[in-house]
Ligand binder design. Structure first.
Ligand SMILES: Nc1nc2c(ncn2[C@@H]2O[C@H](COP(=O)(O)OP(=O)(O)OP(=O)(O)O)[C@@H](O)[C@H]2O)c(=O)[nH]1
Ligand SMILES: [Mg+2]
Length: 295
């Protein structure tokens, strides 16, 4: 007799920048959620799906709990995280190795009390002294009754299979919800916007990325070719020139990086056209947010 198939949702939560999206991508084996070294890269709830012979895991990547950018965008994002948590089977709380403090505990306090919480201690590749890991695990185990504690490196891949194995037993017995080869619940249109936003996030200064959004105005498919027309929305006219760069070079480079990622993810050629539009105050206008897909 074979064991029954298990299907469940696992929310990935934690402070900004701890590596939640990197972990989801590693678990799924594809870039479904964008990442950068800047905090608050993720703005949407995104599911990454992995189907194995015995289980279907639906990982829900969430924005890190927001502190930096006040206003409507933040309110919408925090609302999203709280809602995501009420519906899941398992919670994966991500922290950085060697760092556990009041901000992590504050997040744990917001979790629903009746769900198993697995602690993923990420970035163990950064620990200079591996001997510090065991005392650190003992310290966090005292702070909260985690169902499991798994040290790992989302970037290098170490420990990620352990997390999968460990998480499986917390999933309910249920038939799959998605096709076995689905990797995300998001549309190609959404993923295209995100991949472009990733390049902007990674290549523009410290503040500018927080004031921009990407809107796909047209997405056409003809055979294998996808034609994608993307507007970059900024809230200050000065940002426009900074994105375009001298002779248009900056935008050209970022666009071709994004196009390459799209081709990899979609498995076919992409024609990408990008331009910049000024819409002042978009990040604090709930209606503008809705039209940009923030709900
Ligand atoms: N050294 C190391 N860096 C990592 C690891 N995992 C993630 N990172 C880096 O940490 C930074 C943040 O990663 P993200 O995956 O974007 O973090 P996040 O928690 O999703 O961040 P927000 O969406 O902004 O809340 C990136 O620069 C990653 O490359 C890891 O295992 N080791
Ligand atoms: Mg993220």
């Amino acid at each position: 007799m074979t064991a029954a198939f298990r299907t469940g949702t696992l929310a990935v939560v934690g402070q900004p920048n701890v590596g939640k999206s990197t972990l989801v991508n590693r678990l799924v084996g594809q870039k479904v959620s964008i990442t950068s070294r800047k905090p608050q890269t993720t703005r949407h709830r995104i599911s990454g799906i992995l189907t194995t012979p015995g289980c279907q895991y639906i990982f829900v990547d969430t924005p890190g709990f927001q502190t930096r950018h006040p206003g409507a965008l933040n309110r919408v994002m925090n609302r999203n995280v709280t809602q995501a948590l009420s519906e899941v089977d398992v919670i994966i709380c991500v922290i950085e190795a060697g760092r556990f403090g009041p901000a992590d505990l504050a997040i744990i306090k917001l979790l629903p009390p009746d769900r198993p919480v697995l602690l993923a201690i990420n970035k163990i590749d950064r620990l200079a002294d591996k001997a510090r890991l065991l005392p650190f695990i003992a310290q966090v185990a005292k702070a909260f009754a985690f169902a499991e504690i798994v040290p790992l490196s989302a970037e290098k891949g170490d420990g990620v299979d352990d997390l999968l194995q460990t998480a499986a037993k917390y999933l309910p017995e249920a038939p799959a919800l998605f096709d076995a080869d689905d990797i995300t619940d998001r549309s190609e249109r959404f993923l295209a916007a995100e991949l472009l936003r990733e390049k902007l996030f990674r290549n523009l200064g410290e503040e500018l990325p927080y004031g921009l959004a990407v809107e796909i105005e047209r997405f056409e498919q003809e055979g294998k070719l996808r034609r994608i027309f993307a507007a970059i929305i900024v809230d200050k006219p000065a940002y426009k020139a900074m994105i375009i760069g001298r002779g248009g070079e900056k935008l050209k480079t970022m666009s071709s990086d994004a196009r390459r990622d799209m081709e990899q993810l979609f498995g076919g050629p992409v024609y990408l056209e990008t331009w910049v539009k000024v819409k002042s105050g978009w990040a604090d206008d709930e209606r503008a947010l809705k039209s940009l897909g923030y709900e």
